[in-house]
Design a protein around this ligand. Structure first.
Ligand SMILES: Cc1cc2nc3c(=O)[nH]c(=O)nc-3n(C[C@H](O)[C@H](O)[C@H](O)COP(=O)(O)OP(=O)(O)OC[C@H]3O[C@@H](n4cnc5c(N)ncnc54)[C@H](O)[C@@H]3O)c2cc1C
Ligand code: SF4
Length: 327
């Protein structure tokens, strides 16, 4: 591990100013991802700015019934919060499907959004990887890419985003609140993470020095659901996941909000499936047509083509269950 300095500012403004003026500085929250990267040599910052004890650890109600989740709220606290469980069950389910109890006790909302890909080449510094070392090449495309993206990949990078929490937040129309050297801004979760394009080293639209302070969840989605398909029943990242919220009236879909995980460089909002569902009579036929509409845009590689039928099956099953539970 490279030597680095460590500071713990008292407030968000101090943390932002410290990182902004030092190109080699990064924020440190729970450390469950960043510290692994320091040990593996994936990342070698000069300065760690610890934000884990800033007063960003509250869940507060918003006037529209939604919630503001502080960036420092631990994943386990967020999953157990009564208002999250009742108003946004998909988020609680997604959090509980991630990592392990110990990790969730340390991991934060801000850090979870910014965790980096689990592509094995990204973490193995002896192999070429455009995300870790821009211009070096992508080892996954011609190598092991079983976990790779089927939507929105580029010739530069086919990695997926690993967060479960972010997929639920994308379906729930959450907004990321950010404080930077030039002030505050809010970014929808669906626009927060990037597709790789020709800059796969940039995971998100966050600029250097910008601190995530909170995530806003609008309204409520008391019937929303998150389902994760993985190789083991626990302690494994998603091969495919689905977060969904369905509004049904008089036997027809009024509105659908769907995000997919494990299939792209970002939580993938399934807008084609949503469009196909809107106004359709609920039932197997409409659910299959919606899944097919989305998956028509899939571009799998030889080693990850299994994700196409897996996504189709998971999405149809989730929609079916949502309608059954509403009856
Ligand atoms: C063995 C293992 C299994 C796991 N399994 C899963 C899983 O199944 N599903 C899943 O979703 N996750 C899983 N995880 C990942 C885990 O959820 C993340 O490591 C964790 O959420 C990261 O949060 P953290 O607070 O520890 O972030 P840190 O490691 O402290 O930081 C991560 C990144 O976020 C940046 N950062 C942190 N806070 C802020 C902020 N407020 N503003 C701006 N930047 C910030 C840091 O600079 C760093 O780049 C697993 C991790 C491990 C080690
Ligand atoms: S898929 Fe992306 S992260 Fe994986 S080796 Fe290629 S460039 Fe690196």
């Amino acid at each position: 591990m490279n030597p680095f300095d460590y500071v713990r500012p008292d407030d968000a403004a101090g943390a932002v100013a410290t990182v902004a003026r030092n190109p080699g500085a990064v924020f440190l929250a729970g450390g469950t991802n960043l510290v692994d990267h320091l040990k593996l040599g994936v990342s070698a910052p000069e300065l760690l700015v610890d934000v884990s004890r800033l007063p960003l650890d509250e869940v507060r109600e918003l006037p529209d019934g939604g919630l503001r989740v502080g960036a420092g709220v631990r994943n386990s606290d967020l999953a157990a919060h009564p208002l999250v469980r009742s108003r946004f069950p998909a988020l609680a389910q997604a959090l509980l499907a991630g990592a392990s109890g110990q990790l969730r006790n340390a991991a934060t909302t801000g850090g979870n959004l910014l965790q980096r890909t689990r592509c094995p080449y990204f973490q193995d510094v002896t192999t070429p990887c455009n995300k870790r070392d821009p211009g070096a090449g992508c080892s996954a495309i011609g190598g092991h890419h079983r976990d790779a993206a089927i939507f929105g990949a580029s010739p530069e990078c086919v990695a997926t985003h690993p967060s479960d929490m972010a997929v639920a937040m994308a379906a729930l129309d959450a907004q990321v609140r950010v404080q930077g050297p030039e002030g505050e801004r809010a970014v929808p979760v669906v626009e927060f993470h990037r597709l790789p394009g020709d800059e796969p080293q940039r995971d998100s639209v966050l600029r250097h020095g910008e601190l995530i302070t909170a995530v806003d969840l609008p309204g409520s989605a008391p019937r929303s659901v998150y389902r994760k398909v993985r190789e083991r029943a626990s302690y494994a990242f998603a091969l495919v996941s689905v977060a969904a919220d369905l509004d049904v009236a008089d036997g027809r879909v009024r509105n659908a909000r769907i995000a997919l995980g494990g299939v792209a460089h970002k939580p993938w909002r399934a807008t084609r499936a949503e469009g196909a569902l809107r106004g359709a009579p609920v039932g197997e036929q409409a659910f299959r047509a919606a899944a097919d509409a989305e998956l028509a845009a899939a571009e799998p590689l030889s080693g990850n083509a299994y994700k196409v039928p897996m996504t189709r099956g998971t999405l149809v099953a989730v929609l079916r269950d949502l309608v059954e539970e509403a009856r």
